[in-house]
Design a binder for this molecule. Structure first.
Ligand code: C2E
Ligand code: MG
Ligand code: MG
Ligand code: MG
Length: 287
């Protein structure tokens, strides 16, 4: 009987797996269609100078709203887009759209507000990446100094010397580079130093860790010490409480991003937000 039960659960498992695969194939098919049908769009989340409260940048984040109004989170469709290679064209579109928005910000008088763009490793490895990046910048008329590329730590480190060379070329064009989700990978310190990146983005998990009554934050503290020693600016992602912002600032973290300051916003809301928060007093938290 035990054998039978086992067989039954294996069959159920197999059915579960094939359903999951079918689901993914379906989603990928829909994603291709969505990309063609302009169902993808960007939202923008402010990045704040913790000392002054001023907005120094925004991160562009991809969204997919299907024809029937459902929102599919990037964590679900980006891995699919990566596995199928579709991320190369989607990523190029993201870059172009983000550069256009940054150029628009500059025209509105916010030339010093950076635009951070997530770049997938698949995209980065593509032999045409640098050419596409240059074209996106030239066509939009944005200053490359206004653009920052975010690359996740695991990826940046896994690729070794090739990444260092590529980073060098991107930096030579005038862009900034940030290492995303920092603290979750296994950076070698020497590699980190040679990469010459501009910013480390402390992963949300470690910010989450910073609770009330002075608890947690050990890893965030370590990363801040590291950034300080290497002369790399720090930005914390996922700040949800004033308390966390305060503790991070005390640890030497310069910048922050999170629901405490503002949620990611569609372009029109972001433009209005920026206009409202750039005059005088700066951003005051809460959203
Ligand atoms: P990420 O680059 O680490 O982006 C930060 C994520 O944290 C975003 O999730 C953002 O909405 C969320 N977040 C920001 N503040 C808070 C907060 O205070 N609390 C909480 N709980 N979450 C916060 P999102 O937009 O769902 O994106 C998830 C991931 O998808 C991103 O992580 C990034 O890895 C990827 N992604 C998003 N857009 C793109 C893109 O255009 N290209 C590529 N290659 N990846 C993207
Ligand atoms: Mg990011
Ligand atoms: Mg991140
Ligand atoms: Mg993250």
């Amino acid at each position: 009987r035990a054998k039978q039960a086992e067989r039954g659960s294996v069959a159920r498992y197999n059915r579960g797996v094939s359903e999951e695969i079918r689901g993914r194939v379906n989603l990928l098919h829909n994603l291709r269609g969505a990309f063609g049908a302009n169902e993808l769009f960007l939202v923008f989340q402010p990045q704040i100078d913790l000392a002054t409260g001023r907005c120094v940048g925004a991160e562009a984040l991809l969204r997919w709203r299907t024809g029937d109004g459902a929102m599919i989170p990037p964590d679900r469709f980006i891995p699919l887009a990566e596995r199928s290679g579709l991320i190369v064209s989607i990523g190029e579109w993201v870059l172009r759209r983000a550069c256009e928005e940054a150029a628009r910000m500059a025209r509105a008088g916010h030339a010093s507000v950076r635009m951070a763009v997530n770049v997938s490793v698949i995209q980065f490895r593509d032999p045409h990446f640098l050419g596409r990046l240059r074209a996106a910048i030239e066509d939009s008329g944005v200053s490359p100094r206004q653009i920052e590329l975010e690359i996740t730590e695991s990826v940046a480190m896994g690729e070794g010397d090739r990444m260092i060379e590529l980073f060098g070329r991107v930096k030579a064009m005038g862009l900034d580079i940030a290492i995303d989700d920092f603290g979750t990978g296994f950076s070698s310190l020497s590699q980190l130093q040679r990469m010459n990146v501009d910013r480390l983005k402390i992963d949300r998990a470690f910010i989450n860790d910073i609770g009330g009554a002075g608890k947690g934050g050990d890893i965030a503290g370590l990363v801040c010490g590291l950034g300080d020693r290497l002369g790399i600016e720090l930005i914390a992602e996922g700040i949800e409480q004033a308390e966390q912002a305060g503790r991070l600032q005390a640890m030497g973290c310069q910048l922050g991003q999170g629901y405490h300051f503002a949620r990611p916003m569609p372009a029109e809301d972001w433009r209005a937000w920026l206009a409202a928060h750039s005059s005088g007093s700066g951003a005051q938290g809460g959203c």
